[in-house]
Write a protein of this length. Structure first.
Length: 489
């Protein structure tokens, strides 16, 4: 007589990768109500309503892509559908997206009490993966709205774009107030950044129980350095393409911004600081120096898959324009060494789908200065880290820490990030021997190109489960969007 099924789903025969376990064990996973309910060898198939054979594939926790931009270049409700399909095909089960008022995104300024409910309404029912948002206080009034964002909407992470005060998203600009949609007497400058930090320190004091998950992320480049060097490089005919763009936004601009931001964090006692998309040796060295200088500040260091896979000599020049820029190979190798030395806390995609028509100037399609910044890549995040990390001796559990556990802890996603009893049953099955050549034509993203085109990767994602539901399998995204908004307070 067979047992009465008590589990909704059993995933059999998977080699489980956990962030804090060196051993890779062959186990079965029992799922109930979207959570891991049983983890053991040889769970009886009779105890599950459905059984899925994992065929001895590696089983990673679902990837938490902690740095994405949904809705920056096309309407948010449309972008969410296509770009989270791409996320699902890459093993990403949680998407954390940066958003702000101003041009791009919803193309409006004003109060977050009006703006953010509209973001949530456009998001609802359009994400194939679970999602939340990091919010940038652009206008001075937004600092006063930080408690509202936290208490009503569960927003615990905020952002500063340090170069926006005097530089455009794509290049030189003297119209930043129009771009940011703030009053002409307002300034988006170091003083504003200081007051944001003081606002977050007040929030931590008001909510000591949430102190560990309230944090501030910074895009670290100094506008004055970018302005000066762009003018110099534009007049230097010996430099072109990505090499020119890297020289126009030099690494010491990143390093300088990191030092300024870190001192402000010290001055304001803003305890949790995330240094985003460190792209160069100078940036990483500055970040590590600041950690030593201010040990009471809880710094986290982020690197993107673009800065780990691409360098200035890639042939996909225009497609790879991003801020901060793709760097020379020596910087790429330094970043990898920092990853292996446990000096990087998480790896992300910085996914920002920018269609080919928008990316390149129609008048001068090969002009790096006229190209838009940013590109997608969430679908290659796990395979990219797996492929290049494996070559360099990176362990599977270290990959799971950087892609799942560390970002989930920092950003208050306490039911994500591990394959353990009681956690959301988010997981991804990977064929460690499966190799493929990146082709934009095979992606679910609407971008239509990728700067990773032609790169051979090892570690192919075969299946992705979100809270126990199979959302991607053998090349197909399945079903309709079931991603949930994650409140983090």
């Amino acid at each position: 007589m067979s047992e009465t099924p008590v589990l909704d789903q059993i995933i059999k025969n998977v080699r489980v990768v956990r962030p804090h376990h060196d051993a890779i064990e062959l186990l079965d996973l029992g799922i109930k109500d979207g959570k891991f309910a049983q983890i053991a060898p040889n769970i009886s198939p009779d105890t599950g309503k459905e059984v899925f054979d994992g065929k001895n594939l590696l089983c990673f926790p679902g990837v938490v892509d902690a740095h994405m931009h949904i809705g920056i270049y096309q309407p948010l409700n449309q972008d969410a559908v296509t770009e989270t399909k791409a996320a699902a095909m890459g093993g990403v089960t949680t998407s954390l997206n940066y958003i702000r008022t101003g041009q791009y995104y919803l193309n409006k300024g004003g109060s977050y009490s009006d703006f953010f409910p509209e973001v949530l309404a456009l998001s609802a029912g359009n994400f194939f993966v679970d999602y939340s948002y990091h919010v940038a206080p652009i206008a001075s009034q937004h600092i006063d709205e930080i408690p509202l964002l936290f208490e009503e909407h569960g927003i615990s992470s905020f952002k500063i774009f340090m170069f926006y005060g005097g530089y455009g998203l794509h290049g030189l600009s003297d119209q930043q107030n129009l771009f940011l949609m703030i009053n002409k007497e307002e300034r988006y400058d170091f003083a504003h950044f200081e007051f944001i930090m003081r606002g977050l320190t007040r929030l931590m004091k008001a909510h000591p129980e949430a102190r560990d998950i309230i944090s501030l992320s910074l895009h670290c480049e100094v506008a004055e350095i970018l302005n000066a060097y762009t003018k110099i490089v534009e007049n230097d005919s010996s430099l072109s393409g990505l090499r020119a763009y890297s020289a126009a936004r030099p690494p010491h601009s990143e390093g300088l911004a990191i030092c300024i931001a870190s001192y402000l964090a010290h001055e304001t006692n803003c305890a949790n600081i995330n240094l985003l998309h460190l792209s160069s040796r100078k940036a990483m060295e500055a970040a590590l120096t600041m950690q030593t200088a201010f040990p009471h500040i809880n710094f986290r260091r982020e690197v993107t898959i673009g800065h780990l896979l691409l360098d200035v000599d890639t042939t996909n020049t225009i497609w790879a324009k991003v801020n901060p820029p793709i760097r020379p190979r020596a910087d790429v190798e330094y970043l990898w060494q920092a990853v292996l030395n446990n000096q990087v806390d998480w790896i992300v995609s910085d996914h920002a789908c920018c269609s080919a028509e928008q990316k390149r100037s129609t008048k001068d399609p090969n002009n790096i200065w006229l190209a838009k910044s940013g590109f997608g890549g969430t679908e290659y995040l796990l395979s990219g880290v797996f492929s290049e990390g494996s070559k360099r001796g990176m362990s599977y559990n270290h990959m799971a820490k950087l892609l799942s556990w560390n970002p989930s802890r920092r950003f208050g996603l306490l039911e994500k990030g591990d394959i353990a009893i009681g956690y959301d049953a988010d997981l991804v099955l990977v064929d460690p021997n499966g190799t493929f050549v990146v082709s934009a034509a095979e992606s679910e993203s609407q971008q239509g190109y990728t700067p990773f085109e032609g790169v051979e990767l090892t570690g192919r994602v075969k299946s992705t489960f979100l809270r126990g539901n199979l959302i991607y399998n053998n090349g197909q995204v399945l079903g309709s969007p079931t991603g949930r908004y994650l409140k983090r307070s």
